[in-house]
Design a protein around this ligand. Structure first.
Ligand code: ZN
Length: 221
């Protein structure tokens, strides 16, 4: 069973909530998938059942393959937020981590073409791989954070929040116009360029501000 963890292994005493995500928050990622850069954030939700941790192998369900990775800065919320102001958002952010927004890209493309919802491509069980969180102080600068994904020792994605189309605080203000965030909910803030497919046996490292926050292997089953 997933539960939120701090980097030192302590459990975070918050429920496992929903995950609110943004599509296309980096220009170069929109371009690599031949998507237009949106005027307004593209939002979607993964249920709490999508969350898995990084303490053991991440299982890639063969029946759902191929599965692609998107490494994203993730933000943990500890206060209710509805129509939130920037100050309210800053006060509610308790931790930051790195997550993989796992995506069945072929299924998603087929659904998008037909104008259908994406859930079976984006919100399936295990589709949000979440690292432990690092404490976030109110004075820490969310607008200048670097994070990354290495696979089998090679750098695959590098994110920098200063390059986001919609910065983290503005993004959360915006999404709470539609969706109330509750303590224990997570926000995924969009993937930089470099997305690709995961394979059986891949060894992944997620890093935040130059520090490793998760290391695990992918196993197809
Ligand atoms: Zn994503």
């Amino acid at each position: 069973m997933y539960s939120h963890q701090w980097l030192n292994g302590d459990e975070i005493k918050l429920p496992t909530g929903k995950v609110v995500c943004i599509g296309r928050n980096y220009v170069e990622h929109a371009q690599e998938l031949n998507n237009p850069v949106p005027d307004e954030p593209v939002l979607f939700i993964k249920p709490s059942t999508a969350l898995v941790g990084t303490a053991s192998d991440v299982v890639l369900q063969a029946a759902l393959s191929p599965i692609h990775y998107e490494a994203e800065l993730s933000v943990l919320i500890d206060k209710p937020l509805t129509h939130a102001s920037a100050d309210e958002v800053r006060e509610a952010i308790v931790g930051v981590g790195v997550a993989l927004d796992l995506t069945r890209r072929e299924a998603q493309s087929a659904l998008k073409e037909k104008g259908l919802p994406w859930e079976i491509a984006k919100a399936f069980d295990g589709s949000c791989v979440q690292s432990p969180f690092v404490h976030m102080g109110e004075t820490d600068d969310l607008a200048a954070l670097q994070y990354g994904l290495d696979i089998n020792g090679a750098s695959r994605q590098r994110g920098d929040t200063s390059l986001m189309i919609t910065p983290v605080i503005s993004l959360i203000c915006h999404l709470t116009q539609y969706f109330t965030l509750l303590p224990g909910d997570i926000v995924l803030t969009g993937t930089p360029k470099g997305v690709g497919q995961l394979n059986d046996g891949d060894a992944l490292t997620l890093s935040l501000s130059g520090e490793t926050v998760a290391q695990f292997n992918c196993v197809e089953s």
